[in-house]
Design a protein around this ligand. Structure first.
Ligand code: NAD
Length: 354
């Protein structure tokens, strides 16, 4: 591959285009400073296109993204005019499942001491990552209703856990720890009640942990993990867990470091094009008003750069966000008074000068 890295930007719906525009301005600044050759290509996919043309994710576009891009940078999807989210299912879930993006990587890092609701905890205590299994578990949509709408109705959702799927996410956690110099991996499940499904997770975890003797392995049931995250977040470096519990634990963890306006995520399959998106949605009431906070999208950009092999540029972005938070050069939801565009421009300037 040449030095150019191609990034597909799917701004999407609602505030998506505004936060994506601001974040790409900041990414351009960091690329310029670090001599990175990033080629951003914008894709018009989302509710507007779906409503006008009935198009969600054309097969040719999917193949183009799969075969010719290094990463996908997605704003947000969701529009009140498409209540069943038909377009988002094809675009977001379609990419996750068809590209088999089995690692949902959720960094949890406190970037300013005032942002945590935890008494007596600071940035040194809140610095870990959650790797959530992203393709199996309770989210595969296998199940059905029997006698629907009657008093005798039965509703079933199957939980799918494969040996392969379990092993690769657990291995990803140990590999992450090795790559990032982290000492501890904690696996969280409910093997005490989900004896078959999470019994598999227990067996595989023990087996894989044995291959990484330098990394401390630990197990916590998901309910205990939720309590421990609040009581002693400093005890965690890498948490690996199933789709369902990862969904809950990662949102809890996001609130420990400032909430939705700062939460980033990556949907990753090593060696393939991966998809990076902020955790927040399209916030329709804020759209078009220049009030949306672009920092989650900027931090998502940092996560993308880290995954693409540019840790110094990523660290520079993190530093710039820390500075912006300290100086309150942020949007109203974080206690500042800037608009989306001004926040992006100030960050870009901070990166260029920093
Ligand atoms: N990954 C995604 O694309 C994704 C994720 C969640 C929700 N959604 C979709 O987004 C739409 C809205 O959903 P929702 O309201 O439940 O969640 P949301 O994340 O859009 O908004 C939740 C709350 O956070 C605020 N908020 C969110 N992002 C913000 C930002 N960048 N700056 C300032 N405030 C922000 C909103 O104003 C709202 O009060 C729905 O269509 C939903 O399906 C999409």
């Amino acid at each position: 591959m040449s030095g150019t890295q191609k990034i597909a930007v799917i701004p999407g719906d609602g505030i998506g285009p505004e936060v994506a525009t601001a974040a790409v301005e900041v990414l351009d600044a960091v690329a310029e400073k670090h001599g990175l050759d990033l080629d951003f290509v914008w894709f018009d996919l989302g509710a507007e296109k779906y409503l006008a043309e009935g198009v969600t994710m054309p097969q040719a576009t999917f193949e183009d993204l799969r075969d010719h891009y290094d990463a996908i940078f997605l704003g947000a999807l969701g529009d009140p005019r498409v209540p069943d989210m038909a377009h988002a299912k094809d675009i977001l879930l379609g990419l996750r499942f068809r590209l088999d993006l089995y690692i949902n990587e959720r960094p949890v890092q406190l970037l300013h001491p005032e942002l945590t609701p935890l008494k007596g905890k600071g940035p040194a205590d809140l610095d870990f990552v959650i790797l959530r299994e992203n393709t199996e578990g309770l989210y595969v949509g296998v199940g059905g209703n029997f006698k629907k709408g009657t008093p005798d109705e039965i509703a079933v959702n199957e939980m799918i856990n494969t040996r392969k799927g379990t092993e690769r996410i657990i291995r990803a956690a140990f590999e992450y720890a090795t790559r990032h110099g982290k000492r501890r991996v904690c696996m969280s499940d409910k093997a005490n009640v989900l004896t078959y499904a999470h019994g598999l997770w227990q067996r595989v975890f023990k087996e894989v942990a044995g291959e990484y003797p330098d990394i401390e392995s630990r197990h916590l049931f998901a309910d205990v993990a939720a309590m421990e995250l609040v009581r002693a977040p400093e005890d965690f470096d890498v948490i690996v867990t199933s789709n369902m519990f990862g969904d809950l634990l990662s949102d809890l963890a996001a609130q420990l470091v400032g909430g939705i306006g700062l939460a980033s995520s990556g949907n990753i399959h090593p060696g393939r094009v991966s998809l990076f998106e902020p955790v927040h949605g399209s916030a329709p009431p804020l759209a078009g008003k220049d009030v949306a906070n672009p920092l989650a999208m900027v931090l998502t950009g940092a996560q993308m750069l880290r995954t693409l092999g540019h840790p110094e540029a990523a660290a520079d972005l993190d530093r710039a966000v820390r500075g912006a938070l300290a100086d309150k050069q942020v949007t109203r939801d974080l206690g500042g008074s800037l608009g989306t565009k001004a926040t992006g421009a100030a960050l870009a300037e901070r990166v260029a000068k920093g």
